[in-house]
Design a protein around this ligand. Structure first.
Ligand code: G1P
Length: 294
């Protein structure tokens, strides 16, 4: 097996119903976080982890996603003519981040089906899957560690996060047989179990490094929860054949597909932004003072 992870698959075909009305006529992946669409954060995370080939699985309503990573000749020409060199460089940088490929999931048959569509593109190499609702602005550190685990063990590796209470049943959940620091050997995977049936408090967070074995498992996966082909069900078949590892992360990142967490992402990431941070801090303090919140 050629072990270098160069390709990331980003399933972006979902409807974004959790974020209506913003997503009525606009892809949820195009909602702005600070100064760029949320999917650009995800692409930049993958690129920071050494990935240079990106396959985005889209659906008919996602044209904006494809356009965002394409060249827009008219815009570039206009910026050139007006001498706006910094903006021109920024616009071109987006296209140059990686090689982009797009394929459409014609029918919404589930996350597992979307990932299965990447089989021919990926071939026989390990690859990453990043769910674009989840933002993990850590400069690619988590993904790099997971790639390292897969490269050293030859097994797939997913990121996991500890969740308190019944919220766990909104996620894929991993049970494990062994734990060594932040690494676990997974022995159970269940998609959105009832709280009482959850095998642990470790939720699947939307970052996956798969060996190509996942494709044969996806081929065998029957529709599961919600009548959809679930990625988690295919992952469960990888347990022991050849094996599934988990990396327990300490920072959850943001769920940018959910209104409150999207707002938190905007506030925290703009505070971290070198150009905007000071102004945003001042603004928040002033709002809190004016409203009597402090
Ligand atoms: C998907 C996965 C689930 C995972 C979650 C992370 O669920 O099926 O296993 O825990 O993403 O966000 P969805 O959010 O699409 O319902």
């Amino acid at each position: 097996m050629n072990s270098k992870v160069r390709t990331a698959v980003i399933p972006a075909a979902g409807l974004g119903t959790r974020f209506l009305p913003a997503t009525k006529a606009q892809a949820k992946e195009m909602l702005t976080v600070v100064d760029r669409p949320s999917i650009q954060w995800v692409v930049e995370e993958a690129v920071a982890a050494g990935i240079d080939d990106i396959l985005i699985i889209t659906s008919p309503s996602k044209k904006g996603v494809e356009d965002h990573f394409d060249r827009i000749a008219e815009l570039e020409q206009l910026l050139e003519e007006k001498g706006k060199h910094d903006q021109l460089a920024e616009v071109r940088r987006i296209t140059d981040l990686a090689t982009f490929h797009f394929t459409r999931q014609g029918t919404p048959l589930g996350l597992g089906h979307a990932v299965g569509m990447a089989a021919r593109h990926v071939g026989d190499k390990p690859f990453a899957v990043l769910l674009p609702d989840e933002l993990m602005p850590d400069g690619g550190a988590t993904l790099r560690r997971m790639i390292d685990v897969t490269e050293t063990t030859g097994e797939s590796c997913i990121s996991l996060y500890e969740v308190d209470g019944p919220d766990i049943s909104n996620y894929g959940v991993a049970g494990y047989s062994e734990r060594d620091g932040d690494l676990v050997t997974i022995d159970q995977l269940v998609e959105k179990p009832a709280y009482e049936d959850a095998p642990s408090n470790l939720k699947v967070t939307g970052r996956y490094i798969f060996t190509p074995d996942i494709f044969a498992k996806l081929d065998k996966t029957e529709p599961g929860r919600g009548g959809e082909i679930q990625l988690t069900d295919a992952m469960a078949m990888l347990i022991g054949d050849p094996g599934m590892r988990g990396l327990v992360i300490k920072e959850a990142g943001y769920d940018a597909g959910q209104k409150l967490d999207w707002l938190r992402a905007n506030i925290e990431l703009s505070l971290d932004d070198p150009e905007l941070g000071a102004g945003v801090a001042e603004m928040i303090t002033s709002i809190a003072r004016t409203r009597g919140l402090t």
